[in-house]
Design a protein around this ligand. Structure first.
Ligand code: NDP
Ligand code: MN
Length: 361
């Protein structure tokens, strides 16, 4: 069987790599995309200092699980200020929103139409430098942007190769300010990427290799990163795991656990990583029973080992812990994103999902 692998993003990795942002800025008018949390002040100041010759605008109106309105607001600033390059400093939410802003600035229109109305991104957007401050999404190297509509309770990924950032600057020091709960939540997102890349229909030798390496790094380092927030070796390994997981899904995509996570987040406020980890062991068991390849992987990182890790890092593992009741299960099953579920190597029907959700109630 043949395969292809595409990843056009230049990656700069390492502690202190934030000091190298300027090397990649070749335009005069720059938009910084961020959220509102205070942890960012110091790194943002450090980047601004490097760009003393540029005209810098800041858009800080990106919320966790970014909305199409957040994106449209950023596009307005780009148009008003004539920005030529976008720099995203934040978690997956900020990076995803910035990806779509940079694209829409060139392709025009409203974010809602790209996210929920099948409008396609045709042209390459403005260049984007993505600087992750969490270790989990890998969004700095993926061609995806996950956008929400909080009124209509919709959350879904846009997938388009034009969304690859131009440059990813991954500085593990930026993740040191994450509290334990955020470290846990984002860390298991990276684990979900690694495992889902393995059980994707689009899996191939390169993504398998990246995914296996990422999974090992997470099992070896996530607990340490949660319990010893100052442990920079563990932080660095988690940033690497997140990057490798992102590289794996950039071409293999995600599957059932992600497809089910979106309605859990948008309807019940479950953080993205935890929303994926809730069903991850169940999806693994379901897939392993039906696929020899996945069965082999479970011998390395079986569902029990995973459940144990989730407990140790303080994650919630049952739906009822989020106030979700049996009556809510049909709503979750209806919100599962079909185009993401479709990549699952083993076919999963709505009844299978309902059975799975009832098991973890
Ligand atoms: P978020 O970006 O949503 O950040 C969660 C919160 O943590 C925010 O309040 C944020 O602040 C804060 N925060 C971020 N970094 C730090 C830090 N270093 N120290 C202290 N606080 C910090 O979290 P994730 O990174 O988990 O991103 C989740 C989103 O990414 C979801 O929408 C998910 O669907 C998406 N995603 C995208 C993927 C892709 O390939 N594109 C893959 C997987 C997930 P602030 O509010 O100021 O930003
Ligand atoms: Mn994810």
């Amino acid at each position: 069987m043949g395969w292809e692998f595409q990843l056009p993003t230049k990656i700069i990795f390492g502690r202190g790599s934030l000091s190298r942002v300027w090397e990649n800025v070749d335009r005069k008018k720059v938009l910084f995309v961020t959220g509102k949390s205070r942890f960012r002040e110091e790194p943002l100041g450090r980047i601004k200092k490097q760009l003393s010759n540029a005209q810098v605008s800041v858009y800080d109106n990106v919320e966790p699980n970014p909305t199409h309105q957040n994106v449209d607001g950023g596009v307005e600033v780009i148009e008003k200020e004539g920005c030529e390059l976008v720099i995203a400093l934040g978690g997956g939410s900020v990076i995803d929103a910035a990806k779509l802003m940079a694209s829409i600035a060139v392709n025009k229109g409203k974010a809602y139409d790209y996210a929920f109305q099948k409008k396609r991104i045709e042209k390459k957007g403005l260049p984007l430098i993505a600087i992750p401050t969490t270790a989990g999404t890998g969004s700095e190297v993926t061609p995806f942007a996950v956008i929400s509509d909080k009124e209509k309770k919709l959350k879904a990924p846009i997938r388009n190769r034009q969304l690859f950032p131009k440059v990813a600057v991954v500085d593990p020091e930026l993740t040191a300010s994450m509290p334990a709960e955020l470290t846990a939540n984002t860390g298991v997102d990276a684990l979900a990427h690694a495992l889902e890349a393995l059980w994707s229909k689009k899996a191939q030798p390169i993504t398998d290799y990246l995914a296996l390496r990422a999974a090992k790094l997470i099992f070896d380092n996530l607990k340490k990163a949660c319990q010893e927030p100052e442990n920079m070796d563990a932080r660095e390994e988690m940033s690497l795991a997140s990057l490798l997981g992102g590289m794996a899904i950039s071409n293999a995509w995600t599957c059932a656990a992600h497809a089910i996570s979106y309605p859990l987040t948008i309807n019940f406020g479950v953080a993205h990583g935890n929303a994926c980890s809730l069903t991850l062991p169940e999806v693994m068991e379901f897939n392993a029973l039906r696929s020899e390849k996945i069965n082999r992987i479970t011998q390395l990182y079986g569902p029990e080992k995973m459940r144990e890790l989730f407990k140790e890092i303080g994650l919630k593992t049952r739906l009822s812990e989020f106030g979700i009741k049996k009556d809510d299960i049909p709503l979750i099953a209806d919100g599962v994103v079909a185009s993401t579920l479709e990549t699952n190597l083993v076919e999963m029907k709505k009844e299978d999902i309902i059975t799975m959700l009832e098991k973890i109630l």
